[in-house]
Ligand binder design. Structure first.
Ligand code: PGA
Length: 249
């Protein structure tokens, strides 16, 4: 049985005050026992968040990492640094990284490998654009992004990932995939995982992301192949985010 994971993605938002607000709410809020929770915060807040959530059942993660281990790469942050600060997860290949910062499939693979080399759990993001969907290419795009990483990994490495299906047209738009649309893509991803190994398909979590909020989380999370959420905008409101966590329990 896969334990649901609700992961917040603050993107380039938030503050030390928001870290504190979450920490305070977590003192009095009882999260469901059978739900894992993580917050992917901007780099500067990682250390503070790891300290603030030390006694809470909330893991901390980053939103990207360098594909290089160390050296003259001004402005970059390595996987070792993230681990040093207490990060457990790192998003890789988020659509904003792919479209705004030129991360291609090879770069995404290199970052997944850098994360694994440092004991981090990569949350590999997959998703089609509106044009891709309207051209009937949803599965081709998503399964292509999956293959670009999974074909290059060994069986033990594949087992250490979390996947997130995030249709680009649903991110930050208020336009959520219907539970049926999301479930269909999640099922296709899981079927492809079974081609690598049936046990991998059973075990890997596939999160849904794209305008998930308290009002729609329940019906999305009720789908058999949706194992949690990657939550952007709604993760900036403590109450909204914790309500989504409750609906996963
Ligand atoms: P959203 O973002 O929930 O604001 O749509 C999701 C994401 O980009 O991870």
């Amino acid at each position: 049985m896969r334990t649901p994971l609700i992961a917040g993605n603050w993107k380039m938002n938030g503050s030390l005050a928001l870290v504190d607000a979450f920490a305070q709410a977590l003192v009095t809020t009882r999260l469901p026992a059978r739900v894992e929770v993580a917050l992917m915060v901007p780099f500067p807040y990682l250390g503070a968040a790891a300290r603030a959530f030390r006694d809470a059942p909330v893991a901390v993660g980053a939103q990207t990492l360098s594909d290089q281990p160390a050296g003259a790469f001004t402005g970059e942050v390595s996987g070792a640094m993230l681990a040093d600060l207490g990060a457990r997860y790192v998003l890789v290949g988020h659509s904003e990284r792919r479209s705004l910062f030129g991360e291609d499939d090879a770069g995404v693979l290199a970052r997944v490998q850098a994360a694994l080399a440092n004991g981090l759990t990569p949350v590999l993001c997959l998703g089609e654009t509106l044009e891709g969907r309207e051209a009937g290419r949803t599965e081709a795009v998503v399964l292509g992004q999956l293959a670009a990483v999974f074909d290059a990994l060994g069986p033990d490495e594949r087992a250490r990932l979390v996947l997130a299906y995030e249709p680009v047209w649903a991110i930050g738009t208020g336009r959520t995939a219907t539970p049926e649309q999301a479930q269909a893509v999640h099922a296709a991803i899981r079927a492809r995982l079974a081609d690598y190994a049936p046990a991998l398909a059973e075990a890997l979590k596939i999160l849904y992301g794209g305008s998930m909020k308290a009002a729609n989380a329940g019906e999305l999370l009720a789908q058999p192949d949706i194992d949690g959420g990657l939550v952007g905008g709604a993760s900036l409101q403590v109450d909204d985010f914790l309500a989504i966590c409750q609906s996963a329990g």
